[in-house]
Design a protein around this ligand. Structure first.
Ligand code: ADP
Ligand code: MG
Length: 280
């Protein structure tokens, strides 16, 4: 193969930059290469997985902070946002959960609110992601919460809307505020939700609360989350995540070009110079 000299990974001639990674051949390499906590690696292995799938062997190095420029020698500095397309059943869930859990373990929380948000189009899928995530986070102290109807999500944590579903039609928020004896707000590190459930949980008097604490945003089945049915909700949630260094990754089995364009332009809108957009 022909080698080209000193290519950087910056956008060139309006073309999307391409990053190369040193593929991960075994999950056991995660600790030595990226400093992933042994417990997390063990939690992966205890599910019977030793060898990463294709999307995992490429995606994990990228998201764990190692990408090589085209000459193969130069590390890309800084974290990446990622749009990953890989077939159904190829293990995308693990590919996005490992870097999120690792990222949270590596750094202390800045705030009380959720530090990672995973959006999925259906309740069933959201539930599966929570189960998978809890297995991976076992013994790490990381809390994972499925957002359900009746929960309120805010910058300081998650609370239960005690009046949700009840017949009383009173002034909910004021009453909740008055009750100081009951600890109603709980901390959760990772929240998983459908757009519908989360918009509901974020609604405050016809507005959506911001989520400044979210450092990692994952859109699973991003093609569905960005199709016309969910698009408005997904984008308003995305925009409510105001952390300046938030990392976003989108995962899908298919990606229509219109949706890819929307995804990339939304990522770009938020991007500062430290972000290297990457396609694999
Ligand atoms: P996708 O989201 O790409 O459709 P999933 O994340 O749902 O795929 O994974 C599909 C199945 O493959 C799941 O049962 C998952 O536990 C399993 N799996 C994931 N990674 C591996 C791996 N490295 N080796 C073997 N099985 C795996
Ligand atoms: Mg999936």
């Amino acid at each position: 193969s022909k080698k080209k000299k000193k290519k950087t990974i910056k956008e060139k001639d309006g073309k999307k930059p391409v990053a190369y990674v040193r593929p991960l051949s075994l999950f056991s390499q995660l600790s030595a290469r990226y400093g992933v906590r042994k417990r997390l690696v063990r939690n992966v292995q205890e599910q019977g997985y030793d060898t990463p799938t294709e999307i995992q062997l490429a995606g994990l190095p990228l998201l764990l902070g190692e990408a090589l420029a085209q000459d193969g020698g130069e590390n890309v500095t800084g974290p990446v946002d990622l749009l990953a397309v890989a077939p159904t059943g190829s293990g995308k869930t693990l590919a996005f959960l490992i870097p999120v859990i690792h990222g949270l373990l590596k750094k202390k929380a800045e705030r009380n609110g959720p530090r990672a948000l995973v959006l999925a189009p259906t309740k069933e899928l959201a539930n599966q992601i929570v189960n998978e995530c809890r297995k991976l986070a076992l013994g790490t102290g990381i809390k994972v919460t499925l957002i359900k109807k009746g929960m309120r999500v805010g910058a300081d944590g998650i609370s239960l809307d005690l009046h949700e579903g009840s017949d009383e039609d009173s002034n909910e928020e004021e009453e909740e505020d008055k009750d100081e004896s009951m600890p109603t707000t709980v901390k959760s590190d990772i929240i998983v939700a459908t757009p519908m459930a989360l918009v509901h949980a974020l609604e405050r008097k016809a507005q959506i609360a911001t989520l400044p604490s979210v450092e990692y945003l994952v859109l699973d089945e991003a093609d569905v989350l960005l199709d016309p049915l969910f698009q408005d909700q997904t984008l308003s949630i995305w925009n409510s995540c105001t952390h300046p260094n938030m990392r976003t990754s989108l995962w899908s089995a298919t990606m229509a070009s219109s949706i890819e364009t929307l995804a990339l332009s939304t990522i770009k809108e938020r991007a500062d110079d430290s972000i290297t957009p990457t396609a694999i």
